[in-house]
Design a protein around this ligand. Structure first.
Ligand SMILES: C[S@@+](CC[C@H](N)C(=O)[O-])C[C@H]1O[C@@H](n2cnc3c(N)ncnc32)[C@H](O)[C@@H]1O
Length: 400
């Protein structure tokens, strides 16, 4: 297969993350051309696809287009897929995994379209080689194929990611209501974390530590795919392993220990802190993050410039609303009294509770946590005089 051939690469993402993803693609030197709420497209070849898998923090998958056609039925789809040169792209000894979505009047269940797509691949293989790879329901360890079929137009992609990129591998301990890693990265990039190397990061209510770990990786310029080995492109026929090793070596050379960056995270629940510590250790970021078990009000705050980023619970169960309203009011009061001169951001799935913070957000960004519409609320906390006794009481503020 030709690893230099240019085609269309579609990077998928969660709803509300396309802005951050576009910014990432631009920073990597690509020109985003087609942006939808859950995907951004660029032109590139398979080496670009490998690079994007290695570097993108906010994408779920990197899809490499191999065909597009007009089809009116599942049989048409099967015939069109069977005509593609699968024996050039896949290997008979490596299983393949197909997933996709079909929105067509003749299709009631996307799984049927996916099945016909699988049959087309298998039939082509048998016709050309007498053998065929197994198909598998599990993306792990397999080559990936994605189908997008809307009205008459069907597109076939090599899914070069396979297992979604959100699964960085460091979070074996999910904790309670963890943010997906890609969403955490998108929140951080939306608020401009990493732009000012002198800025400190504080994550009260850190739960499993996802925001703090992603903040550390951004500060370290660590490629999120650096230690991942389960990329579906690695199982394509004739994969250019030399190019992949070069990309990995370049990413290792960019990685920096981020000296001087101050990152802290706290949570009232000792189990959450134990889990966040373990996750940070697996992410190689434990040396960079200071953990504290405490109420958010006792979290050490840095001197400006600093960013306080919180993801308080937003209660999907009945009866929690009043307690949470008081909680959000307390967060607002604490930020007002202790956070002067810092930037703050709150990510919440409850817009009414967000208003209880009692501060006027400088910016509101709609982002979805799964199916739930959430808001990222950004605040500039006005710089007044800070009471030095408070700083002393809470152990001082390390960064310069
Ligand atoms: C929605 S979870 C945060 C999830 C986190 N973003 C993650 O990715 O794992 C909210 C966290 O707030 C913590 N929490 C609740 N009340 C707190 C308080 N008064 N002070 C500090 N932490 C608190 C909980 O223990 C919980 O871990």
């Amino acid at each position: 297969m030709n690893w230099s051939e240019q085609t269309w690469i579609v990077c998928t993402c969660g709803r509300g993350c396309a802005g951050a993803l576009q910014g990432e693609l631009q920073a990597l030197g690509y020109t985003p051309q087609e942006v939808s709420p859950t995907a951004v497209g660029v032109e590139g070849n398979l080496r670009d696809a490998m690079r994007l898998n290695l570097w993108l923090r906010t994408a779920n998958r990197v899809l490499f287009e191999v065909a597009g056609f007009e089809v009116d039925s599942a049989d048409d789809l099967h015939a069109a897929v069977r005509d593609l040169p699968w024996e050039q792209w896949l290997r008979a000894d490596v299983p393949f995994h197909v997933h996709g979505v079909a929105q067509h009047e003749t299709i009631r269940d996307s799984r049927f379209a996916v099945l016909r797509c699988k049959d087309g691949i298998a039939d082509r293989f048998v016709a050309r080689t007498g053998a065929r790879p197994d198909s598998t329901a599990d993306a792990g360890g397999a080559a990936g194929i994605a189908l997008f079929w809307k009205e008459r137009h069907a597109q076939i992609f090599l899914d070069t990611s396979g297992v979604p990129l959100a699964r960085r591998g460091y979070r074996l301990q999910p904790g309670i209501a963890p943010l997906r890693e890609t969403l955490a990265a998108a929140i951080l990039l939306e608020v401009g974390w990493g732009r000012n190397p002198a800025e400190a990061f504080v994550g009260p209510m850190c739960g499993s530590g996802t925001l703090a770990i992603e903040a550390a990786w951004i500060a370290q310029r660590r490629a999120p795919g650096l230690d991942r080995d389960d990329f579906a492109f690695l199982r394509l026929n004739g994969v250019d392993l030399d190019a992949w090793r070069e990309l990995q070596a370049a990413a290792r050379a960019r990685f920096s220990a981020a000296p001087g960056v101050w990152i802290a995270a706290s949570d009232i629940n000792p189990q959450a802190i134990a889990c966040a510590r373990e996750n940070a250790a697996r992410a190689g970021a434990d040396g960079l993050i200071r953990f504290q078990t405490c109420d958010f009000r006792d979290t050490l705050l840095p001197r400006p410039p600093g960013l306080v980023l919180m993801n308080p619970e937003y209660g999907e169960r009945m009866g929690t609303e009043d307690r949470l309203a008081a909680h959000y009011e307390a967060i607002g009061a604490w930020l007002k009294s202790r956070g002067q001169g810092l930037r703050a951001a709150i990510f919440t799935g409850n817009l009414a509770l967000g208003r209880r913070i009692g501060l006027h957000p400088r910016r509101r960004v709609a982002m979805w946590n799964g199916d739930l519409e959430c808001r990222l609320l950004e605040y500039d906390l006005y710089a007044g005089t800070r009471d030095p006794r408070l700083l002393r009481k809470h152990g001082g503020a390390p960064p310069q």
